[in-house]
Ligand binder design. Structure first.
Ligand SMILES: [Cu+2]
Length: 96
């Protein structure tokens, strides 16, 4: 009985983690390394990735050309993802 409950609970959490990829997270660009295709973003909690508090961390850009339109200090909306244990940003929009 408890096992079934835990199983359905984990399925629920799994499903919500998938859905949670769609909305963009708020962040601020701290640093850009175009050569390495990496961006440092300061962002709030991203519970779907176990980040319960805001932090500043490095993401790999899914496409390095995403990094050309932004600069340090810009407020952005971004789509975080985890690919093979590495944090990747798949979309970046300038916030207005
Ligand atoms: Cu983070």
């Amino acid at each position: 009985m408890l096992g079934a409950l835990l199983l359905s609970l984990s399925l629920l959490i799994g499903a919500s983690a998938l859905c949670a990829q769609a909305p963009l997270a708020d962040g601020q660009v701290i640093k850009i390394d175009e050569a390495a295709g990496k961006i440092t973003i300061k962002h709030g909690p991203l519970k779907q990735f176990g980040m319960d508090e805001g932090m500043t961390m490095v993401y790999r850009a899914a496409d390095p050309s995403m990094l050309t339109a932004i600069k340090p200090g810009d407020k952005i909306k971004f789509a975080p993802d985890r690919v093979n244990g590495q944090f990747v940003v798949t979309k970046i929009e300038k916030a207005r």
